[in-house]
Ligand binder design. Sequence first.
Ligand SMILES: *Cc1c(COP(=O)(O)O)cnc(C)c1O
Length: 417
Amino acid sequence: MSTVASSVEVPAGLHLPIYMDNHATTAVDPRVLEAMMPYFTVKFGNAASRNHSFGWEAEQAVEAAREQIARLIGTTAKEIIFTSGATESNNLAIKGIAEMYRERGNHIITQVTEHKAVLDTCKRLEKHGYRVTYLPVKADGLIDLEDLKRAMDDKTILVTIMAANNEIGVLQPIAEIGKLCHEKNVLFHTDAVQAVGKVPIDVIADNIDVLSLSGHKIYGPKGVGALYVRRRNPRVQIAAQIDGGGHERGMRSGTLNVPGIVGLGKACEIAQQEMKAEAAHLTALRDRLKNKLESELDYVHVNGSMEHHLPGNLNMSFVYVEGESLLMGINDIAVSSGSACTSATLEPSYVLKALGLGDDVAHSSIRFGLGRFNTQVEVDYVAAKVIDVVKHLRQLSPLYEMVQDGIDLTKIQWAAH
Ligand SMILES: *Cc1c(COP(=O)(O)O)cnc(C)c1O
């Protein structure tokens, strides 16, 4: 592996490392933290305690948070269930519906670029006799609605398709998907973790029956999430996956994480108030980054439809650069790469592969996840740094040199053949 010494200047006052991985998690907004603090200390009651003011105070705070969340997605507080996060919400939605509607059918439809919390849940259900269709995506990351129509049959009970993808930021056509589901009497669940608070979501207009969201992707705390479960037209029933005291209308037992819930509520309130301005700000920063990279570098391309896209996401491939060297070169910037880096293996991202990217191009891809606290100074530094490192690495790349000399790499007979 080659390393490069970068000559990019760090402007005075710029703090390194720069965090640009806001799809992985976000910092807790100071206003959220402030709202949470009393519920760790003086207001520590159990929201299920009915006999004293400590319990009532906690319960009131939980109900206020339910309202804040409901308002953000266009529903009522009664339809919000608290969980430990979106992994649990996805498990509860999919397993809970599969179990409850087993008599009606055993077929579930999802798609290949879902989060693992959906894919692995579906895989487990396959072991228990359910049939799962994994729809492909087009090169732009979107599903084809015709594929969805064709996949539905009289045994289909659930369609689960994400609202926004966590790697490539594409927005699936959820309103149309929901409409198709409702025409066929099939329930529609969406993992909306990356979309909620970033783009408008309205469960009624978008025909959503069940929706997962998470605190720590929207400047709230980790370890708290919610599930929206529609109560009418249709009334959705979900079999509990955790049994206990019958909390959350029997769907999810366990003492409520009151400070976390207060934080999630506050995060939703802020998101609702600031979504429009924040989206404009993030889109401007994202486009600035994209334009700089595209104007200074050749052989780069954006992954995923830019037309149907989250404001803060930019996923780019830097062809003829070795992914690991690129990451090493920009190690003062926190981003994600197209390699799903687990302890032992360096697998290319299944999301990028689903778009048709080769392993090498997937490896040389970077996900920039811009968020509320990123600045233009940071964006300019990141752009300059990436440009500098990519140019250096390409000077060392025999492949890039051949391409520059006009050699068509696809026509070369490599010695190993
Ligand atoms: C982060 C994420 C999840 C998991 O949420 P947790 O609250 O961390 O369990 C699920 N789906 C998507 C799309 C995500 O980005």
